[in-house]
Design a binder for this molecule. Structure first.
Ligand SMILES: [Zn+2]
Length: 92
């Protein structure tokens, strides 16, 4: 029980077994005490960022494809964030 942590964003109590990283309700990262754990959170956040890097050497067609993909992903994330926000401001 004592290892449960409270989300700073939505005040939901998360179980310690919830890998200690993200709130199960709103997805807000939970900042842990040790540097090592902070680094592991940062690493996970970087993995979650799926943007495809665009290199100067890519041909035009590949550049357009990558831009379209990154744009679609941006829109998708914006919609998801919006729903998380709706949940966060909701009464429950
Ligand atoms: Zn939360």
């Amino acid at each position: 029980m004592e290892k449960e942590w409270k989300c700073s964003s939505c005040s939901n109590w998360n179980e310690a077994s919830n890998s200690g990283l993200f709130c199960s309700i709103c997805g807000t990262p939970h900042y842990l005490e040790t540097e090592e754990e902070k680094k592991s959170i940062k690493k996970r956040l970087e993995i979650n960022n799926l943007n495809i890097p665009i290199y100067p050497g890519d041909n035009v067609f590949i550049k357009v494809l990558k831009n379209v993909f990154n744009f679609i992903q941006f829109i998708f994330l914006a919609i998801v964030s919006f729903f998380f926000w709706l949940i966060a401001i909701g009464p429950g």
